[in-house]
Design a protein around this ligand. Structure first.
Ligand SMILES: Nc1ncnc2c1ncn2[C@@H]1O[C@H](COP(=O)(O)OP(=O)(O)OP(=O)(O)O)[C@@H](O)[C@H]1O
Ligand SMILES: [Mg+2]
Length: 271
């Protein structure tokens, strides 16, 4: 019998309020909306790496934050390990029992770190909030997370301005990994890094996924990276999934014209 998928997303939609249009000579404003995510359905298996690609503004980050339940959908379903997540508001989801099982890594490694907190405090915070760990267990857990991402223990007392870009990216990954997630959502996690540093962080993510059996939703502009790191890929355009398939097949023999256009825009693949 096939095991149930870890994540099932069904007909998910989200919108943003835009500036209103004046009507009746400016007496009233008619509200306008942008459908950033429009009828999206897909699944992620346990331990699977799924890529999400598409041009800037197509809705990738909006979709990623909906699944991490940091934003509220307009309609649709999100089933995580059989539990319905979309019925709660993002605010109430902060305390849900599954909260530590879905973790997100954001695009800019420095932007998502509090400049006043040391690396230790940064990694410890979600452990304290989500798992309620006491001092000894917390200490062990932070050390273990730092070891996993190859951050040396002396960096734990530093603050973000004392870190390199690659070190800051590893702190973000350690913070997301420490609570022991089953699903890691990564929104362009290496886009802000130099190419050489990027390669190290991507290799680390690939190794962690295999070692820990993590499922990953990997959002990226970089089709070459997605092709290397992901087993399967979703192609998004104007809020919808327009193509889906195994990574290599999708980009090497694209059948959908939009995927072909995206693949053609990449100068070369790295492997
Ligand atoms: N807070 C917001 N208010 C209004 N519109 C928004 C907001 N955030 C995003 N949008 C719009 O929603 C659409 C989808 O944005 P989103 O950030 O999800 O795209 P993206 O695919 O992640 O783009 P990028 O590759 O540039 O990160 C875009 O048209 C964007 O301008
Ligand atoms: Mg984005």
């Amino acid at each position: 019998m096939a095991t149930a998928p870890l994540l099932v997303v069904e007909d998910l939609a989200a919108r943003y309020a835009l500036a209103g249009t004046p009507v009746l000579g400016g007496l009233f404003h008619r509200q306008r909306w942008l459908r950033a995510v429009d009828g999206v359905s897909f699944q992620i298996a346990r331990g699977e790496s799924l890529g999400l690609v598409g041009e800037s503004g197509c809705g990738k980050s909006t979709l990623a934050t909906l699944i991490a339940r940091l934003g509220d959908p307009l309609s649709g379903r999100i089933l995580f390990d059989g539990a319905e997540l979309a019925t709660r508001t993002a605010a109430s989801a902060a305390h849900a029992p599954w909260r530590h099982r879905i973790q997100m890594v954001f695009q800019d490694p420095f932007d998502s770190l509090d400049p006043r907190r040391t690396v230790f405090e940064t990694i410890a915070l979600p452990l304290r909030h989500l798992l309620g760990l006491g001092a000894d267990a917390l200490h062990q857990c932070v050390l273990e997370a730092a070891r996993r991402v190859q951050l040396s223990p002396e960096l734990l007392q530093r603050r973000p301005h004392e870190l390199s870009g690659g070190q800051a990216a590893r702190v973000n990954i350690a913070r997301a990994l420490a609570p022991g997630p089953d699903l890691l959502i990564l929104d362009e996690p290496t886009a802000a890094l130099d190419v050489s540093v990027q390669a190290g962080v991507l290799a680390l993510l690939d190794r962690l996924r295999r070692e820990l059996g993590l499922a990953m939703l990997f959002v990226s502009h970089d089709l070459g990276v997605v092709r290397l790191l992901c087993e399967r890929v979703l192609v998004m355009r104007e809020g919808r999934i327009v193509d889906e398939g195994p990574a290599r097949q999708l980009f090497d023999q694209p059948r959908h014209p939009y995927t072909a256009a995206l693949a053609a825009a990449v100068p070369r693949f790295s492997a």
